[in-house]
Design a protein around this ligand. Structure first.
Ligand code: GLN
Length: 502
């Protein structure tokens, strides 16, 4: 049989069902992999004992012929996963990648992780991430950057970033430390690291998954989603994560379809839109452009119709995002004041304001402080109309562009996921604007609340994975996943991360 850590979620489910392996064996194999790859710094809190306990319970259930009673009837029973450290996990330290939450042990479980445990999944540990999910390289983490398990061809020494903010999740899944991981995506944080690490990442429609118990960054954009090695696995995981939650008023009261049941249905007759604005004036890397064209051919060969579309406001999406996201962040992060959560820095005789100032100065990193400053500025009297209100108006126009394309009969939109492949650690972290450009292709989808899926398609000339993005109608993840599966089949991307060889 294939090595346990090389199985997909679908294969592991089948192996468990057939009695070829046990949840304990699967969990032990992954815990050993986590230990063997500490150099990747992908998992910042290991929960080995809890994992084995959950695995034993799963094996006991299976032996007794019992199924989990919940909605998904044990869809992931015995499957070991990593959880981005933005999801509150009851009794397990949850840091959001920040010093300010370093001592925080939540007394409650996020709805999405609770749904996963209800489906029988096993928690291996908490995955590294950019501080408060702000970043595109995982380098803003207070716990140090996670490392991409891929290296450039002919340059095995230079360590590359896994992307961000869900960099630990992506590195863990790519490096076979977990069968899947949760991520969150505010402007690209699931899709960009998935592309950088050669895995599948799905940002669902805003409202598909509950945000309850996920440390908030920008509440009108944040969305949880699966990071896996195959599209089918993403379908399986999303089915378990998603669903209406009365505790989150923005979670949508819509049924959760059986995504895995339709993922193989093919795309004959589907219309795929190609937005011309994703080929910017400054130019797209010729290599990525060629890969995009190949993706169009693959979908055409699978029976889809390819049409040219226009999303005219694409070029202002990034600027819009960098007003709205910091504005919401500055408001959400006001709660970290040394009084209620995590870190408190206070000296004898300090006033309340001294404590706020010292706690926030010591607790937040540079990027988080930058966002708070930008957001506070954009929301301040006198600038609110010029920046925040304007950005909200532009946001509506961006959403309207997408709606018009879908109203014209487009079923999914195909674009590159990122303008480049993974870059070396330390290369962009001192230049925020260059760093922000990583999200130029993922941010519009986030502003419009639409589902976006990144599928690994090929290696670049440097030997690094590169993904293409499929964008769909609201709550039409099934079509996005079907198209993703068609792309995955045609691309037949089987390369394994270089750091796993030898
Ligand atoms: N990289 C973007 C940012 O820094 C997106 C982050 C995210 O999606 N959480 O804001």
């Amino acid at each position: 049989m294939t090595k346990l850590t090389d199985l997909t979620i679908a294969e592991a489910r089948a192996a468990l069902e057939a009695g070829d392996t046990t949840a304990v064996a699967l969990t032990e194999a992954h815990l050993a992999a986590v230990d063997a790859h500490e150099d990747l710094n992908a998992i910042i809190t290991k929960t080995g004992e809890r994992a084995l306990e959950m695995a034993r319970a799963s094996d006991d259930r299976r032996k007794a012929g019992r199924r989990k009673a919940g909605r998904t009837r044990g869809a992931l029973d015995g499957i070991p996963l990593a959880i981005k450290d933005l999801f509150c996990t009851e009794g397990v330290r949850t840091t959001a990648g920040s010093n300010i939450l370093a001592p925080f042990v939540p007394p409650y479980e996020s709805t999405v992780s609770a749904n996963l445990w209800d489906a029988g999944a096993v928690m291996l540990g908490k995955a590294n991430m950019d501080e408060f999910a702000m970043g595109s390289s995982n380098e803003t983490s207070a716990f140090g950057g996670a490392v991409n398990p891929w290296t450039r061809a002919g340059d095995p020494e230079t360590r590359l970033v896994p992307g961000g903010s869900s960099g630990g999740s992506a590195a863990a899944v790519a490096a076979r430390l977990a069968l899947g991981a949760t991520g969150t995506d505010t402007g690209g944080s699931i899709r960009q690291p998935a592309s950088f690490c050669g895995i599948v990442g799905l940002k669902p429609t805003y409202g598909r998954c509950s945000r309850w118990g996920i440390v908030a960054f920008a509440s009108s954009l944040d969305q949880a989603g699966p990071m896996t090695r195959t599209v089918t696995d993403a379908a399986l995981m999303l089915g378990a994560m998603a669903g209406h939650d009365p505790k989150d008023s923005t979670s949508a009261p819509v049924p959760v379809p059986d995504f895995a049941a339709t993922v193989e249905q093919g795309i004959a007759g589907l219309t795929v839109g190609i937005p011309r604005e994703y080929r910017p004036e400054e130019g797209l890397s010729p290599e990525i452009d060629a890969m995009w064209t190949r993706g169009m051919e693959m979908l055409r060969d699978a029976g889809a119709r390819i049409v040219d579309i226009s999303l005219p406001h694409t070029k202002v999406a990034l600027a819009t995002y960098y007003i709205i996201a910091p504005a919401e962040a500055s408001s959400n992060l006001a709660r970290y004041d040394g009084v209620r959560y995590g870190l408190r820095v206070v000296d004898e005789g300090d006033s309340l304001h001294d404590m706020y100032r010292k706690t926030r100065a010591a607790g937040f990193g540079t990027e988080v402080k930058r966002r708070i400053l930008i957001g506070t500025y954009a929301l301040s009297a006198g600038y609110y109309d010029a920046y925040y209100l304007k950005a909200q108006k532009v946001r509506s126009l961006i959403a309207r562009d997408f709606r018009a394309a879908f109203d014209d009969g487009v079923d999914v939109i195909l674009t590159p996921t990122t303008p480049s492949a993974a870059f070396p650690l330390g290369q962009e972290v001192t230049d925020p604007v260059t760093m922000y450009l990583n999200d130029v292709f993922t941010v519009p989808t986030s502003l419009a609340g639409l589902p976006g899926l990144s599928v690994p398609v090929a290696l670049t000339g440097e030997g690094l994975p590169q993904g293409l993005q499929l964008i769909g109608r609201p709550f039409d993840e099934d079509t996005v996943l079907r198209a993703g599966r068609a792309l995955e089949k045609a691309a037949a991307f089987t390369a394994k991360p270089t750091l796993l060889e030898g």
